[in-house]
Design a protein around this ligand. Structure first.
Ligand SMILES: [Zn+2]
Length: 409
């Protein structure tokens, strides 16, 4: 019955399209070179729609000057240089962003009754991803140009969090030329994908800890420089209501490039370095001093919780040995505290009911990036990885339908 209904649907769609073509206004078709193009009759192509396969005839135009060609109907129907309808491309891109391409092809077959090859899913996902990225960056541009003019938002009462972090994505060898990495021989296997999120918090849970607002998290990300990523993060924060927000909190793990981004784009934010990373560094110092099983003394941990980093560094620093070589290796974790001390006033943050951990973005790195891009045996091109990251961020931020809507105007 379903099969028959779909076949009937293809017939109806076909009739509608023919009617639409017959009643379209006759327009002068111009070439990109400015010449008027002349009709070369009809050309047929097979289109795969969500209802099934359908032959489609449309007028074909060519330029006598430079021989470029156009099918205006394809442009109106958003099927230029593709045999998949927008509805099918949406399914394919979405499925391909959610699981491995072979699995995605199987999902599309099961859920939509459409037979498409895994490599076609890959191709379409890698086409739609950059289109999504293009759309996002056009919006980003518009938002950045409107700075200061953004309307008051109902979010203004909430605590407004921005958080970002990086995670390595395994890439092909040719994407790594000239890059140093963490492998034993100094080579790299991965490129860092940067992921950022924005979320809000109004309430507290029953134990009095801050509680993230349900469904308030949106994501942005890409394999790109920290400068570009800073602007991406900033535009997303503006889009989400940074301007009217009274309390802005930036949560990071204290990596070197994080601070310039916060200082440049979020100078009024309370910048907090993840407490759990701080604990790890404290443990690292203890292990250097007293061996692998050592834990940080309670006095240190109390100082950390109190945010009294000056005294903490003093106390831990006293344990330092005198030999220059070992001193250097021991100074490194201590330096983490010295550099990040202003972002470690944990007692104050707790009193103001702020989150003190970057758990949201770390979970994001796993769910948005890791689960799809870091499975065993995967090797990505930067273009392919960024396509999938753009799709996943767009979908998880609830903007995928807006993207498709923007193409039908
Ligand atoms: Zn021309």
């Amino acid at each position: 019955m379903l099969q028959a209904a779909r076949q009937g649907g293809v017939g109806v769609l076909s009739t509608l399209l023919t009617h639409w073509q017959q009643h379209a206004l006759r327009e002068v078709i111009l070439c990109r070179c400015g010449q008027r193009m002349s009709s070369r009759g009809w050309r047929a192509k097979k289109l795969l729609t969500t209802l099934g396969r359908m032959p489609l005839g449309r007028s074909f135009y060519q330029c006598e000057q430079c021989h470029q060609s156009r099918c205006p109907d394809d442009e109106r129907l958003d099927i230029v240089q593709t045999t998949y309808s927008p509805g099918v491309r949406r399914l394919m891109a979405r499925a391909g962003s959610q699981s491995q391409f072979a699995q995605a092809a199987e999902d599309v077959r099961c859920y939509a009754g459409l037979k498409v090859e895994a490599r076609e899913i890959e191709r379409v996902a890698e086409e739609v991803g950059p289109q999504v990225e293009q759309w996002l960056s056009e919006q980003q541009e518009q938002i950045l140009q409107r700075v200061g003019a953004s309307p008051a938002s109902p979010l203004s009462a909430a605590k407004f969090y921005i958080s970002f972090d990086g995670t390595g994505v395994p890439v092909r060898k040719n994407e790594l030329v000239g890059r140093r990495g963490k492998q034993a021989d100094g080579s790299a296997r991965t490129r860092e994908a940067k992921l950022g999120c924005v979320f809000t918090q109004v309430g507290l849970d029953k134990d009095g800890y801050p509680k993230r607002d349900l469904d308030s998290t949106t994501y942005v990300g890409a394999i790109e420089s920290s400068t570009l990523f800073g602007w991406r993060m900033y535009a997303e924060a503006l889009r989400r209501g940074l301007a009217p927000a009274k309390e802005v909190i930036a949560l990071t793990d204290g990596a070197l490039y994080h601070r310039p981004i916060v200082q440049t784009h979020f100078p009024d934010a309370v910048h907090i370095v993840d407490l759990f990373h701080a604990y790890e560094h404290l443990t690292a110092i203890a292990q250097i001093l007293w061996g692998q099983q050592a834990k940080a003394p309670k006095a240190w941990r109390d100082l950390l919780e109190a945010g009294d980093i000056g005294r903490l560094v003093g106390k831990a620093g006293k344990q330092l040995p005198t030999s220059a070589q070992s001193k250097k290796s021991r100074l490194k974790p201590l330096g983490y505290f010295e550099k990040n001390a202003p972002q470690m006033r944990y007692a104050e943050y707790r009193a103001r009911k702020f989150f003190v951990g970057s758990g949201v973005i770390e979970a994001g790195c796993r769910t948005v990036i890791g689960e799809r891009l870091k499975q065993s045996g995967m090797r990505w091109s930067v273009r392919g990885a960024n396509a999938i990251i753009a799709l996943r961020c767009c979908i998880l931020s609830g903007r995928f339908e807006d993207f498709w809507a923007s193409r039908t105007s």
